[in-house]
Write a protein that binds this ligand. Structure first.
Ligand code: HEM
Length: 504
């Protein structure tokens, strides 16, 4: 079914190819007279008063925006540029699946690129909290924009992006991985399946890993006696709830901007809990520094020396952005390796060789992020007028880049539905060579000044854990493939039919 859908999309892309090229090359003043206006961009038809809303209601063609195939359906029907008009105070939206246009937008944004998205978080941090007497200038990388964002990012960049600082966590992250392996061994039934829910288990691992990096201390999330109402469990549940509900409030037309809906109240309560819990953990991290004996300084300590407020905010952002992202990527990789036993065995060989370099492991991770990305696409709000594909795109439009969909197109990645880590290692003359794809097709950690600040941390955490998992377990999957549900992130849904058999 998927194949035929992709086919019609490719036909459309081939037909438009010459036109597309001319259109992107004519972004000059002279040719701007030929540009078509916003209203002529293809998109679901509008009705008087309700605009395009009916397409997103229960009987509409795009009602299930949580299903990743919905965006593919949109692209298939309307092409590489799709217009969604403003609804309920939400800005107009553009879906782009043309890498050349994406490059134009990402490379030509000003010094303060705006990534729309967590508007409810922005509202919570800037307005809701302020009404309760809490007032900071910077509120965090996810919620700030413009000069405030840039000021804050320039404080944290030298610490967060320094490879030497990240390397300090190699040993402790390996300890976390080994503790998790012990926990998994202890929680298996007679069929070597986990008796606990895998998504929650992986979240525990991710919180322990990211928490260790953010706060410089082990949180003990993997303690088998961790009570269900412990702050660790509460934080995991809270992050998960925020990522799932924020999708409903931030991305799907909703009335919360006009009236305080029950969903709005629920999300504000969840942000309050996240604040309370991160404060609890940051205090623990700061207290722990008093007993520190080694001289090497970690992230929290370095940031505290520069600016105490920045240290708090950054730790909070890490605990927000670094848990579900890492855990879902690990689950996707485990599933793909379980379904490809030969590749799993090749990876195990590399790990067992104890070589310092692990190119196949990196290739496996990159391929998982292509095939089952946790972040489906990135976004920017235009800060100037753009000329894309023959249309004039006004300032103030939110553009969603459909990276996941593009990475699944044959013209960019041959045999796109197959898990082929080898493509990331192939020589230039190999048709599978990843470099044949336009560089703006696959950008899992974003681009430019606003790119993921936790990338190096995430890669170290995930590589370390996957290596330990594959070293210890032969991983199998049985039954139908898992479903992925799209909220703000892509979540792999249960049942999790994994078998973790000890490697002899
Ligand atoms: C598989 C794991 C991860 C993926 C795929 C991922 C992906 C992304 C993407 C696509 C962005 C948007 C970049 C842009 O706008 O160009 C982003 C931003 C961000 N990520 Fe990650 N991320 C991951 C893990 C992490 C971790 C572990 C942390 C923290 C330790 C983190 C912290 C952040 C923060 C704070 C931002 C906002 C940066 C800014 O706007 O200045 N991420 N991430």
């Amino acid at each position: 079914m998927q194949k035929s859908k992709f086919k019609s999309l490719f036909n459309l892309a081939t037909v438009n190819k010459n036109w597309i090229r001319t259109a992107t090359e004519t972004g000059t003043a002279a040719s701007s007279q030929n540009l078509k206006p916003w209203k002529e961009i293809p998109g679901p038809p509008s009705l008087p008063f309700i605009g395009q809303l009916h397409h997103f209601m229960s009987a509409g063609a795009f009602s299930d925006m949580r299903d990743p195939l919905t965006t593919m359906k949109l692209i298939e029907k309307y092409g590489p540029i799709i217009r969604l008009d403003s609804m309920f105070g939400k800005r107009p939206l553009l879906f782009l699946s043309d890498p050349e246009s994406i490059e134009i937008v990402l490379r030509n944004e000003n010094n303060y690129p705006i990534r729309p998205g967590f508007e409810s978080l922005e509202y919570y941090r800037k307005d809701y909290r302020k009404n309760k007497g809490i007032k900071f200038r910077a509120t965090g990388l996810i919620s700030d924009h413009g000069e405030v964002w840039q000021e804050f990012r320039s404080i944290v960049n030298p610490v967060m992006l320094q490879p030497k600082t990240i390397k300090l966590y190699t040993k402790v992250l390996d300890e976390v991985a080994l503790d998790m392996i012990t926990r998994m061994r202890a929680n298996r039934d007679e069929y070597n399946m986990l008796t606990k829910e895998l998504d929650k288990e992986m979240n525990l691992w991710a919180l322990e890993s990211t928490g260790t990096v953010a706060l410089g201390l082990r949180l003990n999330c993997l303690d088998p006696n961790l009570p269900a109402n412990s702050p660790e469990w509460q934080l995991i549940q809270c992050v998960h709830e925020l990522f799932t509900t924020s999708n409903q409030i931030d991305f799907i037309p909703n009335l919360w901007r006009l009236i305080p809906t029950p969903l709005y109240r629920k999300v504000m309560r969840a942000y309050e809990s996240h604040d309370r819990l991160t404060k609890y953990f940051i205090k623990k991290g700061k207290d722990n520094l008093k007993y520190k004996t080694d001289t090497e300084k970690g992230i929290l300590e370095k940031l505290l020396e520069i600016n105490e407020e920045a240290a708090h905010i950054m730790a909070s952002d890490m605990l927000f952005a670094g848990v579900d992202t890492a855990s879902n990527t690990v689950m996707a990789t485990l599933y793909l390796l379980a379904k490809h036993q030969k590749k799993q065995n090749l990876l195990r060989e590399e790990i067992m060789s104890n070589s310092e370099r692990r190119p196949y492991l990196r290739a496996c991770m990159k391929e998982s992020l292509r095939l089952m990305p946790v972040v489906a696409g990135n976004a920017r709000r235009t800060t100037k007028v753009f000329h894309l594909l023959g249309y004039e795109i006004p300032k103030g439009v939110d553009i969603i880049f459909a990276h996941r969909e593009m990475a699944m197109m044959e013209k960019h990645f041959p045999r796109p539905n197959e898990y082929i880590p080898e493509r990331w290692l192939a020589a230039k003359d190999d048709p599978l060579y990843y470099g044949n794809a336009h560089p703006f097709v696959y950008v899992p950690f974003g681009f430019g000044a606003r790119a993921c600040i936790g990338r190096r941390i995430a890669e170290l955490e995930m590589d370390t854990f996957i290596a330990r998992l594959i070293e210890n377990f032969q991983v199998y999957w049985f039954g139908p493939p898992p479903k992925t549900v799209q909220h703000s992130l892509n979540y792999m849904k249960g049942p999790y039919n994994f078998v973790f058999k000890d490697v002899k």
